[in-house]
Design a protein. Structure first.
Length: 500
């Protein structure tokens, strides 16, 4: 572990990412890392939550730390270890994986606690240290039963470091406490521990093609002045990049999407740091939402979901790491809305999916996959899929790449429209319209490679666009009209999808 004095220096001069190989088509690994995802969270598997899986909690335990402590006291480390391993091993079956594949799920987000990484390797000095033996096989089970099995079904895994020492927020899903304060941000020792952990994760998982990304924090607490978060984020990015130049790194937006768009934009310049900003969409917790009827909440999504982002979020990729189809009970009482419950639930899920496809193109992950007892209603993935409330927006599975004549027609039409517009708008202007054509061609080629892999769409559009623009600059020079290349790339993606 590096000296804490280096923490601040490690967070500056953030290392660039290399999401694609210059001059080459995206590889299968790079497609896994950059495609649009229709995903689901495997909630309460490795980070326990009592409301989802209750039997793993002994009487009186409210969080995972309390559960493992009591089972260890009552049954010894071996007994507790068997209980936990049985839960992990039996949480998801081969039939479950097949169901996910059949329903076009492309990715699963797996919440993990720091206490499980490396089989308890990173618990020294933490509250979980006395129970590290219980978790000695957790990391191997995660890799074998989750990462490797997911790959057999062409499903990626988003590695979500969900539980941090002290908690990144005051909720009980940190694993250490049933509510309270977020202590992680004021504890340098804990941050150093996790940074060491993240380097290990990046190195140890690098051999797998189907890792969609590494999420370095879940639901960071809101901070008007996020100095502590930016220091941790910057250092984490650099430590991961020392091991893996390509892997997407996911940060939390701390419930303020624009704050982190600005931060990413300020760090990128002409290159990309390969970061995805994670936003969570729930409309059932705030007092304001509880006063609204379901139809009003659905109608308000257009104006309050990932809107008002600086420079139209240029250069920044978003995902929605958690969402549901749940309204609070108080909302159902407004205007007797419960009389139309099924339709509102479907409308809500569909509207979210439509907006995610436009504003969070890296993908969305429903919370949550399954419940121990029955189903979780509007929290339950299968139930909502079967109801038609959530579905893979813009699915292209089974589609073929358009032939060359379609490409040429689309290119000529788009190029003609671009040149005509500027000829009329600024007839005396001197432009470099060929850049538009080159951007269009590169985008079409990238989109074609993604489509060939199970009908995939490009999700990290901003990251890939920046990376390909760097290739263009290297070949043609840093000239005035790069925006024409960028417009061409955007047009190429749009026209490719419209031709299918």
């Amino acid at each position: 572990m590096f000296d804490k004095l280096k923490l601040k220096s490690k967070s500056s001069n953030i290392t660039a990412s290399e999401p694609v190989t210059p001059g080459q088509a995206p590889s299968k690994r790079q497609i896994y890392q950059s495609r649009r995802n229709f995903g689901v969270n495997l909630g309460a598997c490795f980070v326990l939550e009592k409301w989802i899986y209750h039997s793993i909690f002994p009487e009186g335990a409210g969080c995972e730390l309390e559960a493992v402590a009591k089972w260890t006291k009552d049954e010894g480390a071996d007994g507790a270890k068997k209980r936990f391993e049985d839960h992990w091993n039996n949480y998801i079956t081969e039939d479950d994986w097949k169901w996910l594949e059949d329903h076009e799920v492309t990715s699963v987000r797996v919440p993990l606690g720091y206490w499980e990484i490396g089989g308890g390797k990173f618990t020294k000095g933490t509250k979980f240290e006395p129970y590290s033996e219980v978790y000695s096989n957790a990391w191997d089970i995660f890799k074998k039963k989750f990462v490797e099995t997911a790959a057999n079904h062409s499903i990626s895994v988003l590695v979500d470091i969900h539980g941090l020492p002290g908690g990144a927020n005051g909720s009980d899903h940190s694993g250490e406490q049933s509510g309270g304060d977020a202590k992680f941000w004021n504890d340098e020792e804990s941050q150093l521990l996790v940074l060491d952990l993240l380097g290990f994760v990046a190195s140890d998982l690098k051999s797998y093609d189907n890792i969609a990304g590494i999420q370095i924090v879940n639901e960071s607490e809101f901070a008007d002045d996020p100095k502590k978060q930016t220091r941790y984020y910057g250092a984490a990015i650099n430590l991961i990049r020392e091991q893996d130049k390509e892997i997407p790194i996911v940060i939390s937006d701390g419930w303020w999407p624009d704050q982190w768009a600005k931060w990413v934009q300020s760090k990128q310049g002409l290159g990309t740091i390969g970061v995805v900003v994670d936003h969570h969409c729930y409309r059932c917790f705030s007092d304001d939402d509880k006063k609204k009827a379901p139809d009003q909440i659905i109608g308000d999504l257009e104006k309050d979901l990932l809107t008002n982002i600086t420079d139209d979020s240029k250069g920044v990729d978003y995902m929605v790491g958690e969402y549901s189809c749940v309204f609070d009970g108080a909302s159902w009482e407004v205007n007797n809305s419960d009389n139309h419950r099924d339709q509102y639930v479907v409308d809500y899920g569909n509207r979210q999916g439509q907006l995610f496809a436009k504003r969070a193109r890296f993908g969305s992950y429903f919370w949550t996959f399954k419940f121990e007892s029955g189903n979780g209603g509007e929290w339950d993935f299968r139930t909502m899929v079967d109801k038609g409330a959530i579905r893979p927006e813009g699915s292209l599975k089974g589609k073929n790449v358009p032939d060359k004549s379609v490409f040429e027609e689309k290119l000529n039409n788009a190029f003609g429209g671009h040149t005509d517009y500027w000829s009329k708008t600024d007839p005396k202007g001197k432009y470099e319209h060929e850049r538009f054509k080159e951007g269009f061609t590169v985008a079409w080629a990238d989109a074609s490679e993604f489509l060939k892999f199970n009908g995939s769409l490009i999700g990290r559009v901003e990251t890939l666009k920046i990376a390909r623009l760097q290739e263009h600059i290297a070949a043609k020079g840093l000239l005035k009209y790069l925006w024409e290349w960028e417009q061409g790339y955007d047009a190429g993606l749009k026209e490719f999808e419209s031709s299918l």
